[in-house]
Design a protein around this ligand. Structure first.
Ligand code: OXD
Ligand code: MN
Length: 615
């Protein structure tokens, strides 16, 4: 007689999760038992390994070599047309308690999600190699750094992780010695059964990007693309790290990081949060038009901020590469990016020229007469669809950037002087405003928004909210994130100043008022002048008060040489009391969606805004 105890058992996903707690080798073995790959290979991040994987992918058609003279060491990947972007509808936060995920995340009960994932992951790597990628977010062993191990059946992901993170035996040794790591499982969800031939971009129609914040696990199934698959980026460095930061007293943020050097020679470090597609990479590589100023790049997408022993807020870029949007990147908008991409770059879903180089909308003013579009079809300027997918990307090492800052990868990070929040607002929000206090700065971050329709005039319409630019990336309740910001700031002896910027204000005819791009250096110059004033290094008057914060005093923002009329300048800073009263109502409605988790300090700031508008 057979009993239940004798019944054949297999390794379940829950077993894998339990194994992760006993050590990296037990965990890797358990993932292999669940997913049944043909082989398991530990990656060392070496050049030889990268070369071999690239050669293999050229063989399977996953990568197309670009012309070695025009674009040395570079490749084009074309994804499955249904696997081109992050899938927020399939991104889940599986906290024990639903309220910890908050109203802005898709929540699933952890046990139920483990069961669902278990069903799709059984045997999902059959016929494939499972790569084990030990990686560090931040310099290996640094005080602000964290370790992860990603297993994946995608060589494209291995090579991309080698660019975007620090992969290698140094990390492997740390995890083998028992250092805590974030276990991250990634499967394309397309087993190769019975000797079937592979396709260039395997993926599944079913997708899951699941996070278990309490156990710090990431499980990704069905997509090979970007933020769905390069699990160090949005999954670890934002969603899981934001929870680690909440628990350990630091912050994982969707922020670029730059060093600004003034003509005085003084250096300042600024972190800035903008929603996706608001020009973060351009700002991170800004070429100032103001004479004597210099901007150097430290990071373009993510910053980890931690109170330092000296009372400052220290910041690192946890990534090692850029995974940037190609369209709109050109010599005129971002020359540093163009130089960065001149070699050793993987392009995904851009167009191919007849000479074997790449092209995308915005790379040059005029499109080439003949191209192969991102789907592999012939394209001409008369074609009805774009040549490059709007979310086509480049993957490139940060060290290749001509504006990369000296010491950008210092494990100790940099001390922040200012934090900037930006949105894309056609109306209301001034070009720049300084927060009156840390609490006011948190209010600015919590209320980042863009108009749903780019209204050119009149009262604000419906606002698309993106608090802290973290809406799709915060691994816990957004209102708790605001509370955490308040707590971190309260304990800081030397708080960075906080600002709000808006490059996108429009006039009555719907034209942008501010020229943007390199001219944004003028705004940054005022920001750091205010830092100097706050330290007593300048005594001139820099700012005037307004209901929405401190605005540049007359003459304090350098607009010399700009084609900007007195009226246009006034329009950039106009605070319309009726529109702002309506905006305050919308903010109250927005806060109400978070119930009683909204910190009282933010309700007070809203009351303060209303009172100032009434004054
Ligand atoms: C990104 C994003 O890909 O923010 O960086 O969407
Ligand atoms: Mn981003």
């Amino acid at each position: 007689m057979t009993t239940l105890a004798d019944a054949p058992t297999r390794t379940s996903l829950a077993d894998v999760s339990a194994a992760a707690r006993t050590g990296v080798h037990a965990w890797v073995a358990a993932v292999a038992e669940l997913t049944e790959p043909d082989a398991v290979v530990w990656c060392d991040g070496s050049d030889d390994e990268r070369r071999a994987l690239i050669a293999q992918m050229v063989g399977t058609g996953t990568l197309l070599p670009l012309d070695p003279t025009l674009r040395p060491g570079s490749y084009l990947a074309r994804s499955d047309p249904d696997d081109v972007a992050r899938v927020e509808s399939r991104t889940f936060i599986c906290s024990q308690d639903q309220s910890d995920a908050g109203p802005t995340n898709n929540w699933r009960e952890p046990g139920a999600m483990r069961t669902e994932l278990d069903e799709v992951l059984v045997g999902s790597m059959r016929g494939r190699t499972m790569y084990v990628v030990p990686f560090s977010m931040g310099p290996v062993g640094g005080p602000l750094s964290q370790i992860g191990v990603q297993v994946t059946d995608s060589p494209y992901v291995v090579v991309s992780m080698g660019v975007m993170t620090r992969v290698g035996t140094a990390v492997r040794e740390l995890v083998e010695a028992g250092a805590p790591f974030v276990p991250a499982v990634h499967s394309l969800g397309m087993p190769l059964v019975d000797g079937a031939t592979d396709v260039p971009w395997p993926c599944s129609t079913t997708k899951y990007i699941a996070h278990f914040p309490e156990t710090r696990e990431i499980w990704s199934f069905g997509s090979g693309y970007g933020g769905n698959a390069l699990l160090g980026k949005k999954c670890f460095a934002l969603r899981i790290a934001s929870v680690m930061g909440r628990d350990e007293g630091w912050l994982a943020e969707h922020m670029l990081l730059i060093r600004l050097t003034a003509p005085t020679g003084r250096r300042y470090h600024v972190a800035a949060a903008f929603p996706s597609a608001c020009g973060k990479t351009n700002l991170a590589m800004l070429r100032p038009t103001l004479p004597g100023w210099r901007v150097e790049t430290i990071g373009d997408d993510i910053a980890w901020l931690r109170p330092g022993p000296d009372g400052t807020l220290r910041a690192i870029n946890p990534e090692a590469g850029f995974f940037g949007v190609a369209p709109g990147t050109g010599e005129a908008t971002n020359p540093a990016a163009i130089e960065t991409l001149s070699h050793d770059t993987i392009f995904t879903n851009v167009a191919l020229t007849p000479e074997g180089d790449v092209w995308w909308e915005g790379l040059t003013d005029e499109a080439p007469a003949h191209l192969t579009d991102w789907t592999g079809r012939p394209w001409t300027p008369d074609s009805p669809t774009p040549a490059a997918h709007p979310n086509s990307r480049f993957t490139v090492a940060a060290a290749q950037c001509p504006t990369i800052a000296d010491g950008w990868d210092d494990p100790e990070g940099v001390a922040l002087d200012a934090i900037v929040f930006g949105g894309r607002r056609a109306t209301n929000v001034p070009l720049v405003a300084q927060a009156e206090s840390w609490e006011h700065g948190v209010f600015m971050g919590a209320t980042i928004s863009s108009e749903r329709t780019a209204a050119a005039e009149g009262l604000v319409g419906e606002l698309r909210r993106d608090p802290f630019a973290m809406m799709p990336f915060c691994g816990y309740d957004m209102a708790d994130h605001w509370e955490h910001w308040l707590e971190v700031g309260a304990a800081l002896e030397h708080k960075p100043l906080v600002f709000q910027v808006n490059w996108f204000r429009k006039d009555e005819s719907g034209q942008f008022i501010w020229p943007g791009f390199g001219e944004n250096s003028r705004v940054l110059a005022w920001v750091v002048d205010q830092v100097d004033r706050s330290r007593g290094l300048r005594t001139d008057v820099g700012a005037v008060t307004s209901p929405v914060g401190l605005l540049p005093a007359p003459g304090a923002l350098d607009t010399d040489g700009l084609d900007l009329s007195v009226d246009a300048l006034a329009a950039l800073f106009e605070v319309d009391r009726d529109s702002w009263a309506l905006e305050a109502d919308l903010t109250q409605e927005f806060f109400a969606t978070f119930g009683d988790r909204v910190p009282p300090a933010l309700h007070s700031r809203l009351a303060h805004l209303r009172a100032a508008l009434d004054d």
